[in-house]
Design a protein around this ligand. Structure first.
Ligand SMILES: CC(C)(COP(=O)(O)OP(=O)(O)OC[C@H]1O[C@@H](n2cnc3c(N)ncnc32)[C@H](O)[C@@H]1OP(=O)(O)O)[C@@H](O)C(=O)NCCC(=O)NCCS
Length: 169
């Protein structure tokens, strides 16, 4: 059975292993370390099977800035489930549990760069992100989800990723 809980410092090595196995390399594990070191973590959850960490999700602050206002948003990245435990609902459970937690903490919207076929299951859409200026190639992979309904309606702003992402400002 899969259970979820906030990630704690003692999970670091296990989360590294999940990230390295899921992404087939160390880049996302290094990103998580850098986000933590900079204090740029809004929420981090671990999924366990028995007492083994098999999944992880992290959100960092992502202000959406326009001349008239700032939307308090979060970047979902990374999300990973160990290859031996994929397709058992852990990834979906991590997303489903975390979205209300973010909403309760005042986050108005979530942004993700990923597979539309996967993230659309949770309500993310490229349409919701259509007016956001971002550093990625155009296309359907850049998606958003409103936690505060209507907060992105006609909102023309730019995304400000945490420095650890190494993206152009
Ligand atoms: C993406 C990931 C987190 C999903 O975790 P998971 O626990 O396997 O997901 P769930 O069990 O909740 O959902 C599985 C479903 O999602 C689908 N799915 C998984 N990855 C997908 C992808 N990249 N594109 C489209 N669908 C995908 C599966 O086909 C499966 O579909 P089904 O329900 O019709 O059988 C996991 O596959 C993973 O860690 N992948 C490698 C790292 C990665 O790509 N992370 C996302 C970065 S944007």
């Amino acid at each position: 059975m899969i259970s979820l809980r906030p990630a704690v410092q003692a999970d670091s090595a296990a989360i590294h292993d999940v990230l390295i196995q899921a992404f087939n390399g160390p880049d996302e594990a290094a990103l998580v370390d850098a986000l933590r070191a900079a204090g740029d973590v809004l929420l981090e959850l671990a999924a366990e099977s028995g007492d083994r960490v098999i999944g992880h999700i992290l959100y960092s602050p992502l202000p959406l800035v326009s001349p008239s206002r700032t939307v308090r948003a979060a970047a979902l990245a990374p999300l990973a489930v160990h290859p031996n435990f994929q397709r058992r609902g852990a990834g979906g459970a991590l997303i489903h549990m975390s979205l209300p937690m973010l909403a309760h903490s005042g986050v108005e919207a979530v942004v993700v760069l990923g597979e539309p076929a996967y993230y659309s299951r949770f309500g993310f859409s490229p349409e919701a992100a259509a007016h956001l200026r971002h550093p990625f190639p155009p296309g359907p992979h850049f998606m958003a989800l409103e936690l505060s309904p209507g907060c992105l309606d006609e909102f023309h702003g730019e995304v400000r990723y945490a420095a650890a992402f190494g993206l152009p400002a």
